[in-house]
Design a protein. Structure first.
Lengths: 145, 308
């Protein structure tokens, strides 16, 4: 069993889909951050079999709407004085902008690089987004960026 | 009120606005002289970043018949875009000169992007394999003229339904009118895109079928909408060669069709309708061309505010 020290004040990003942790770790800039953080991969999970967890020994600002799009199953625990004081569940944002590029090679955003690719939630129950420009569909939490 | 608006996709128009444009087109068909000066002093810019003689000429003829003037280009090679100018800048500049812009661009979403930077109405004259709303207005005017209305039709779309933007746009528009049923006829490789089914047709409760054989369904159709399998939409030449002759309409097949069915095609045709079908009274694709000009006249008159 792997032991990781308890956090005094910080965040635990839990229930990350196994395999996505490194991507989120990088997106949050933790690989370059001056404070302590760790990524634990392939933790046993009752809900999903396996999951990734990120622990951050600092309270940082996170754009939860983007995190919700990357992986809507995530739960963020806010830790103060070594205790969980708040749990934040992700919600699918109505729009996601500038997080990833449209994969359609015919999309105008592929050649007009000043345009921020924008994705609009079109089916909340299925987590389906569409590219604002070319209508290519994406599923929240499952697309490579 | 359509003055100053953009037309990027069929959904930009409400059902009553579509009917308003179709009705104006029908008034122009009956009495073109009354409209020959309504756009005098106005300029249409035709920005065609990929070749399309037919659509460009249709737009230009429409503006000239309304008494307006035209400027533009028909080949991106002769424009600043080859020097690296962004689409946004091209549109900012041209919309300073023109009262309305008709634009064709091979990239999907180009017209929507242009509309964000334009000081005048943008008409999407085709953005890649995405939307072509004025072809849709053409088709709607044609259907109204030849079948008397836009409701209760069984429409067969045949050929390249994956990249065929005219099909996507017409299906989107016709879903608003009650009693229409769609039959999508294509090889599996060229079937309709998912977004059209899941985002547009299913939420509207439209009845549809997806089949691979034209012969199986031709006797059920009120409208047969044929499309060309376009080489420029393929990445792989082998796939194009394998699929290009998949669905060809000839006199033999027409024998099984209803007597009052109409055959539409956005043109240009290659070999998907044999020339012998042209003499069949049900072949309506050349009438469709003329109705297209009237549809564009009505649209230009509305968007420029020449007619309220």
């Amino acid at each position: 069993m792997l032991n990781v020290n308890t956090i005094k004040n910080g965040l635990v990003i839990d229930h990350i889909r196994a395999g996505s942790g490194w991507e989120i770790y990088q997106w949050l800039g933790l690989d370059k951050a001056p404070f302590t953080s760790c990524l634990i991969q392939n933790v046993a999970s009752e809900k999903s079999g396996k999951k990734d967890i990120i622990k951050i020994d600092n309270i940082i600002n996170i754009d939860y709407s983007v995190l919700g799009f990357i992986d809507p199953s995530i739960c963020v625990n806010v830790i103060e004085n070594e205790k969980i004081v708040r749990k934040i569940n992700m919600e699918l944002p109505s729009r996601v902008q500038g997080v990833f590029k449209c994969k359609n090679p015919r999309c105008i955003t592929q050649t007009e690089h000043y345009v921020k690719p924008t994705f609009i939630l079109t089916d909340k129950s299925k987590g389906v987004y569409r590219c604002e420009y070319c209508d290519t569909l994406y599923l929240a939490g499952s697309e490579r960026r | 009120m359509l003055t100053g608006r953009h037309l990027i996709q069929p959904d930009d128009l409400t059902v009553s606005e579509i009917e308003e444009i179709c009705s104006l087109a029908e008034q122009i068909i009956v009495d073109p002289k009354s409209f020959q000066d309504v756009c005098r002093g106005k300029i249409l810019a035709t920005l065609f970043f990929e070749p399309s003689t037919r659509t460009r000429l249709s737009f230009e003829a429409a503006m000239l018949r309304l008494g307006g003037s035209v400027e533009g280009f028909s080949d991106a090679d002769n424009t600043s875009s080859v020097k690296g100018e962004t689409l946004a800048d091209t549109i900012r500049v041209v919309s300073s000169y023109a009262d309305v812009i008709a634009m064709r661009n091979p990239k999907e979403g180009a017209a929507l992007l242009a509309s964000k930077y334009s000081a005048c109405p943008i008409i999407n004259a085709g953005d890649g394999g995405h939307f072509h709303p004025t072809q849709t207005l053409t088709d709607l005017v044609t259907i109204r003229q030849l079948l008397g209305g836009l409701e209760n039709h069984t429409v067969g779309f045949c050929g390249d339904l994956k990249f065929g933007r005219t099909v996507h746009s017409l299906a989107e528009a016709l879903r608003h009118f009650k009693g229409n049923r769609f039959i999508f006829i294509s090889p599996k490789e060229l079937t309709v895109p998912d977004y059209l089914i899941t985002n547009i047709l299913e939420p509207a409760g439209v009845k549809y079928d997806i089949v691979e054989s034209l012969d199986e369904v031709i006797d059920q159709l009120d409208i047969l909408y044929m499309t060309r399998v376009q080489k420029e939409r393929f990445f792989n030449e082998q796939d194009y060669i394998r699929l290009k002759d998949s669905y060809i309409l000839d006199s033999e097949r027409m024998k099984n069709a209803r007597k009052n069915m109409i055959v539409l095609h956005p043109l240009p045709r290659v070999n998907e309708i044999t020339p012998e079908v042209d003499d069949d009274p049900r072949a309506a694709y050349f009438k469709q061309v003329k109705y297209g000009m009237y549809a564009r006249m009505a649209l230009i008159a509305k968007l420029t505010g020449a007619i309220d």
